[in-house]
Design a protein around this ligand. Structure first.
Ligand code: CP
Length: 326
């Protein structure tokens, strides 16, 4: 979880979404617009023609410098459903491996008339950096940067919650686990508070909850049973071992004993509470398979909804670009 200082370069002079880098600084109306636009795309898989022409003739580039399963593939599918031409930049087979800088890579792909870059990078701020240097008429969407932000993940999570629970206002939402290293948690907390839920709780060991979390408007719990009591939504997070510098946990077994979600512990939440996880899941570490695959889990639906939400974000950003000549 990291905070970056930035001016809101995400909006154009008319207040429209040009880049989507963070939830920070975006209002409830804009977040609701993304959700409503996604709703119109969510029906497409059930239709005989699953594509719309919104991005026909546009070039979209997936620029992933870090591994991904769900985000990269759903962005690709979303762009194809919008009829765009998609470039998938593979870092391991690109000239990055020969020392080409990020900006030179950007300029070269811009020269191929790419109008949108979907960026994942291990460094917090990488997507902002590219957005600040992008040519006019180019949009940047943050697909996860370091510990900072993962705004489209947060929006597909909000879409999932709205689909299953309706109104945000009465909801109590618990986010459980490694809050410290989580770009997802930070984006979710900002989105949930902007959309006006009753309460956001974060639950985890003291070593994995940053001291500044309270300033984001959450209630902190270190006891899982207490934190889950009467919540409507439980969001489990992965232990991000690749981002842990020192020994923050005694062992995975001990972590599961204290913070792993089992059916028994889920009894503390409301009877109709849903269980979410952004993936990838560490079964037997964050949660029992019985819960992950159980009737209250909406984890795979989150992935499906991600396509519609990413279509919505791309189609809103492209509205700030000039028309492609016929
Ligand atoms: N939730 C998420 O970002 O998953 P991937 O790392 O597979 O994209």
């Amino acid at each position: 979880m990291a905070r970056l200082e930035h001016n809101n370069i995400q909006l154009d002079s008319e207040g429209r979404l040009r880049h989507f880098l963070t939830i920070e600084g975006l209002g409830r109306d804009l977040l609701t617009r993304i959700l409503d636009t996604a709703e119109s795309f969510a029906a497409l898989p059930g239709r005989p023609v699953k594509k719309v022409p919104a991005l026909r003739g546009r070039v979209i580039t997936n620029l992933f410098f870090e591994t991904s399963t769900r985000t990269r593939t759903t962005f690709e599918l979303a762009a194809k459903r919008l009829s765009a031409d998609v470039l998938n930049f593979n870092v391991s087979t690109s000239a990055t491996a020969k020392g080409e800088t990020l900006l030179d890579t950007l300029r070269n792909i811009e020269a191929m008339h790419s109008e949108m870059f979907i960026v994942r990078h291990s460094q917090s701020g990488a997507a902002h950096f590219i957005a600040r240097h992008a040519a006019p008429g180019v949009s940047v969407i943050n697909a996860g940067d370091g510990r900072h932000a993962h705004p489209t993940q947060a929006m597909l999570d909000m879409f999932t919650i709205r689909r299953h629970k309706g109104d945000f206002a009465p909801l109590r939402v618990a986010i459980v686990g490694d809050i410290l290293h989580s770009r997802v948690a930070r984006s979710q907390i900002l989105a949930l508070n902007t959309l006006g839920v009753t309460e956001v709780r974060v639950i985890g060991p003291r070593t994995l909850i940053p001291t500044e979390a309270r300033a984001l408007g959450v209630h902190i719990f270190h006891d899982l049973d207490e934190g889950l009591r009467d919540v409507d939504v439980v969001i489990m997070l992965r232990l991000q071992k690749e981002r842990m510098d020192g020994a923050l946990l005694p062992s995975e077994e001990e972590y599961f004993r204290l913070y792993g979600l089992t059916n028994e512990r889920l009894e503390n939440a409301k009877p109709d509470a849903i269980v979410m996880h952004p993936g990838p899941i560490n079964r037997g570490v964050e949660m029992d398979s019985e819960v992950a695959d159980g009737p209250r889990s909406v984890i795979l639906r989150q992935v499906s909804y991600g396509i519609a939400v990413r279509m919505a974000v791309m189609s809103l950003c492209i509205q700030t670009h000039a028309e492609v000549p016929a």
